[in-house]
Write a protein that binds this ligand. Sequence first.
Ligand SMILES: Nc1nc2c(ncn2[C@@H]2O[C@H](COP(=O)(O)OP(=O)(O)OP(=O)(O)O)[C@@H](O)[C@H]2O)c(=O)[nH]1
Length: 566
Amino acid sequence: MFMTPDPNSTFTTKFSDPTAIALQPLPDHQETRLKAFRSLQAGAVGFAVLWVIAGLSASYSLLTGNLGEELTRAQTKVDLEAQFISQIVAKEINTAEHLASALSHEERILSSTGEMDSNLHLDKVPVSERSAHLTTIPEVNGLNNMLTSIAQDLDLMAVFVLNTEGTCIATSYLPNGVNTLGCLGQNYTSRHYFQRAKEYGRGMQFAVGRAVKQPSLFFAAACYADNHVSGVVVTRLDARHLTENLRNLATITWVSDSAGMVISSSRPVQLFNFMRWENQKPPETWVLNNVYAQETLTDLPLTRNKHLPAEWNIWQLENQNIVLANVPIENRQIRVWHALPVDELFHNQKRYWAFALTVILLGLMLILFGERMIDFHQRRVAGLAALSRLNKSLEEASRKLFTIATTDHLTQLATRGYFFQRLNEEINRALNEQSSLALLELDIDNFKNINDSFGHPAGDAVIQHMAAICRECVRSNDIIGRIGGEEFAIGLPNCTKSAALEIANTLRRRCANEGLTYGSKTIRFTCSIGVTLLNGRDNIQDLLGVVDKALYAAKKAGRNRVHFHE
Ligand SMILES: Nc1nc2c(ncn2[C@@H]2O[C@H](COP(=O)(O)OP(=O)(O)OP(=O)(O)O)[C@@H](O)[C@H]2O)c(=O)[nH]1
């Protein structure tokens, strides 16, 4: 029989519609967007790598090429300047040399070294008095004046005349208030240039002067009388002159002689440094002492910068990078060296690199920022997609649970709990709309006997057959539930008493008449049905209590009956 339901459990159980809590699934175009985002993201990462590689290699080739060009320009500049300086040096040297040669033919000098020299009687005058003696001779004074004016005009340090003994008999360089030495009456026999002039007609020598200790170039030319050397004219060029005007420039200029020694330098501190050039041998010590007045040999601190490409031809002078040019002066063993510091170019290069790296880095950050943005959106869409998939499976699970909870597995009718929930809803609706509601309760008669006679599976088949009959006899909006083992209930909204009784009788007749073919057997069965109407009741317990009584009455009256109870 029908058990009165517990209001605290069954009736409060809610079987919610799973579609009500379902989220909208992810639209297809979101999946397409996700794919687009992923390829965009991969593209951004690829682009970032390309950007860095291309940026670095472009900067390297541009900046290295640019530095190479600037260094080539600097080299060209320094070459041209060296050429120009060497021409000026050559001109100064030639002037001094030609002057010596020209003066060796000069009439007054020839006479002073010829007949006049023999009248000077220098051999009778002590060496210390020769200078004073000579200044008393008017011809000598006249000659001195001439030589002084020539030396001044041509910017020479001194012009003087030596007799065949090497004694100075006339000079532009006279003792005066400041300088008490002068060179008049001094003897220059030992001088290399004097000996060369006497022997070959001409002589040239670099030396630090004895009386005036300045590095100088001496040019000597012999005077001839009757095919014999009658004296020697000497011009003395101050070696400082060769580079004097170049001192305040950024460039550095040296002039080296045949011994590889710096005899003039725009940086005076490097004077008499040794230019260790190719196979140049350093001068011997006595030469160092006598000619250059140096005690030890100092190398010019000039080395090749081996850390930079050889084609750039960069030298280092005291840790300063320079480009270097050297030009030999024609027919002389003198060279002009000219250097231009190029550290500024390297500093510029560093600045360009810093700029290029900043641009590369900023670009990279921008690309990576873009990539992060894409990643963010990608993750968002991916998250939505995952959520949507989760939602779908939850929805599926929820649907299954709903079905399990609301559907009887044997008959596919509503379960007891779900039937009561639905019946409750229909009661409320009927009360609200003041419409009628009929309730049928059905029970298969003597079902135990069927089980006992035909077996439990056959009993199941009878229950299923009974459910099918119920479904076929009611409308689509009526509710049917299996509320016990062989008990069923049917809620009929908007149904009158006569209509409810008619349905109940149809059901009863079909059960009694049809029987169920089970294998080779036919199982005959009947059912008893209780019928009632809502009739102003406002709760399910009362309604169920009444219909239960109606069913009980039907059973009691002999089964296979329909009984109505008000
Ligand atoms: N095969 C089958 N038997 C069931 C199922 N549920 C309940 N039963 C059986 O149904 C029988 C019900 O027997 P009773 O409640 O004594 O009632 P009855 O034999 O139908 O007699 P009346 O209701 O008085 O006509 C029991 O023997 C249960 O074991 C089911 O799902 N399948």
